[in-house]
Every structure is written in structure tokens, then in C-alpha cells.
Ligand binder design. Structure first.
Ligand SMILES: NC(=O)c1ccc[n+]([C@@H]2O[C@H](COP(=O)([O-])OP(=O)(O)OC[C@H]3O[C@@H](n4cnc5c(N)ncnc54)[C@H](OP(=O)(O)O)[C@@H]3O)[C@@H](O)[C@H]2O)c1
Length: 264
């Protein structure tokens, strides 16, 4: 059955691959990002998801041709690297404004239509890194973690209308996220250690999973009747970090994280 699917962040990376994948499958796909994207498989509606008026207008545009919205994939997002100490209020607010507030505005805009049709599926694209404070990505972890908590709360609020919400925690995926990250200034005390961690995190993205595999995984989620609150997708070595955090003594876990991030 053809679904109406709205995906944010479709001008590059995971979002573009998702939009083409679901379009090719015969779904009606609308892609929202600031840059317009030409594709025969989905319709691009240039939208800044941090601007609530623009979000409302984009949804109104979709509803000129559609009578329902089945799926929202809140994928637009940005990374941010730098030491906690060096991060400015402006940087932090800009990141949360996209990774948290933008996603919430999108959900608020589609929920009335989903409620009317007594059906909806919302996937909030999160990160495995939301489950742990990553070195030099503390605010990225925190912004995705905040979105996870909102996801958990919303599940109780919207289930009476058969609306399903989940967090999809991704490991490293091969996209342009490294080039598109915000980077705070790096002050002298952190320079050496930051450079090591920074080049490592970029190499992890370069060696990451292909976005098409994420699309196949999301397709399998959309075919499920019941959703859990959290799904973890990525390489075993990254996914295992989540249960290990709860199983291992805290000191042992931190030592493992130091080794993984080449801090030792
Ligand atoms: N790649 C990874 O390793 C990885 C791992 C875990 C989680 N994730 C998450 O996966 C999602 C997609 O990331 P990606 O790797 O595909 O990164 P990407 O290639 O940098 O794509 C980011 C997308 O977000 C859009 N975007 C940014 N600001 C926006 C705004 N204000 N309004 C609307 N769209 C906006 C960008 O389009 P415009 O610039 O045209 O607006 C772009 O299409 C993000 O939420 C990211 O945090 C990625």
C-alpha cells in the first residue's frame, strides 16, 4: 500500500537515500531541507525545520495534494565537535534548535492529520552516541539524548490514536556529516588530544555503513505493527557500547571508551 512519507534533511546523506528508496517503492515522498533537490522519486519542498512558519507552510503544501500523512522521518540534523569548555551558548542553542526543536516542530505539524486518520509512524533519527557522552561531541550526544527522552514521553501521549514513535539510534553511516558538522574553536589545552579524537571520528564515518542499508532497515520498521521505543542500527562494535554501559562497572566502561577513542 502506498504511504505518504515526509522526510527531513533530504538534500544529502541518509535523507536523500531514504527519499529515493521510498519513492522508488511507489510511496509518495516529500523531502524537506533548506536546499532544493531534484529527483524523479520525491518532491522537494525547501524548508528550514528550525523555522516553525516554514514548517507549517510545508505541511500545508503537502496537504494540498494528500489527504493523509502516514510517516514522518525526522532525519535533519547536524553534528558538533569541540570541547565542552570551548562551546559557546550560540553554538549549543543552534545545535539544539535543529536536533531537538526542529524535530519537535515537525512532529507537532503532522500530528493533527495523523490523529484525524488514527494512524501515524514517526521515526526520530538519533545516534548510538545519545546513550553515552562522547568525548568532544558532548552537546551532540546531549541533543540526541534530549530527542530520545521526548520520543519516550510522546509514546504515552499519542498511542490512543494508533500513532507510533521511536528513536532510531544509528552508528556511523558513510555520509557528508563530518564536513557538515559545526566545529567550535579548540583552545590550546585540548589541541593535541582533540586532533587525535577528531581524525578518528572522521575515519569512523568514512568506514561507516552505507545509507542504503539504513533505508532497508527503516523499511522493515515501517512494516511492523508494534514498535519499541528504541532501535539500534550499526556495526556490532558500536552497538555493543550500549548494553556494556549498563553491564560493566563504570570504571571499566570508561577505560574501554578511552581505548576506543584512543585517549590512552
Ligand atoms: N552519518 C552518521 O554517521 C550518523 C550517525 C548517527 C546519526 N546520524 C544522524 O542522521 C541524520 C542525517 O545525517 P547525515 O549523516 O545524512 O548528514 P548530512 O549528510 O550532513 O545531512 C544532513 C541533512 O540535514 C539537513 N538540514 C540541516 N539543517 C537543516 C535545517 N535547518 N532544516 C532542514 N534541513 C536541514 C541538510 O540539508 P540542508 O543543508 O539543505 O538544509 C541535510 O540534508 C542526522 O540527524 C544525524 O545526526 C548520522
Amino acid at each position: 500500500m502506498s504511504k505518504t512519507i515526509i522526510i527531513t534533511g533530504t538534500s544529502s546523506g541518509i535523507g536523500f537515500v531514504l527519499a529515493e528508496y521510498f519513492g522508488k517503492k511507489g510511496h509518495k515522498v516529500y523531502g524537506l531541507s533548506r536546499k532544493h533537490t531534484e529527483s524523479q522519486y520525491f518532491r522537494s519542498i525547501p524548508t528550514d525545520v528550525t523555522d516553525n512558519n516554514a514548517v507549517q507552510q510545508a505541511i500545508a503544501e503537502v496537504l494540498k495534494t494528500e489527504t493523509k500523512i502516514d510517516v514522518l522521518i525526522n532525519n535533519a540534523g547536524m553534528g558538533m565537535v569541540g570541547a565542552v569548555e570551548d562551546s559557546t551558548k550560540e553554538d549549543i542553542l543552534k545545535l539544539f534548535n535543529l536536533n531537538l526543536v526542529g524535530a519537535v516542530q515537525m512532529m507537532s505539524a503532522v500530528l493533527p492529520k495523523m490523529r484525524e486518520h488514527q494512524f501515524g509512524q514517526i521515526i526520530n533519527v538519533s545516534s548510538i552516541g545519545s546513550e553515552m557522552g562522547l568525548p568532544f561531541r558532548g552537546f551532540y550526544s546531549a541533543s540526541k539524548s534530549a530527542l530520545d527522552k521526548v520520543t519516550e514521553a510522546m509514546r504515552y501521549e499519542v498511542y490512543p490514536w494508533n500513532i507510533h514513535v521511536c528513536s532510531l539510534h544509528l552508528g556511523d553511516i558513510k555520509t557528508n556529516i563530518a564536513e557538515n558538522r559545526m566545529r567550535t574553536k579548540v583552545s590550546d589545552p585540548y589541541k593535541t588530544i582533540f586532533d587525535k579524537v577528531y581524525s578518528l571520528m572522521n575515519s569512523h564515518v568514512g568506514d561507516g555503513t552505507e545509507p542504503l542499508v539504513v533505508a532497508e532497515y527503516i523499511n522493515s520498521l515501517l512494516n511492523k505493527n508494534k514498535w519499541k521505543a528504541h532501535y539500534y542500527f550499526g556495526k556490532f562494535g558500536q552497538k555493543i557500547g550500549v548494553p556494556l554501559k549498563w553491564i560493566l562497572p563504570q570504571g571499566t566502561y570508561e577505560n574501554l571508551m578511552k581505548k576506543y577513542n584512543k585517549l590512552d
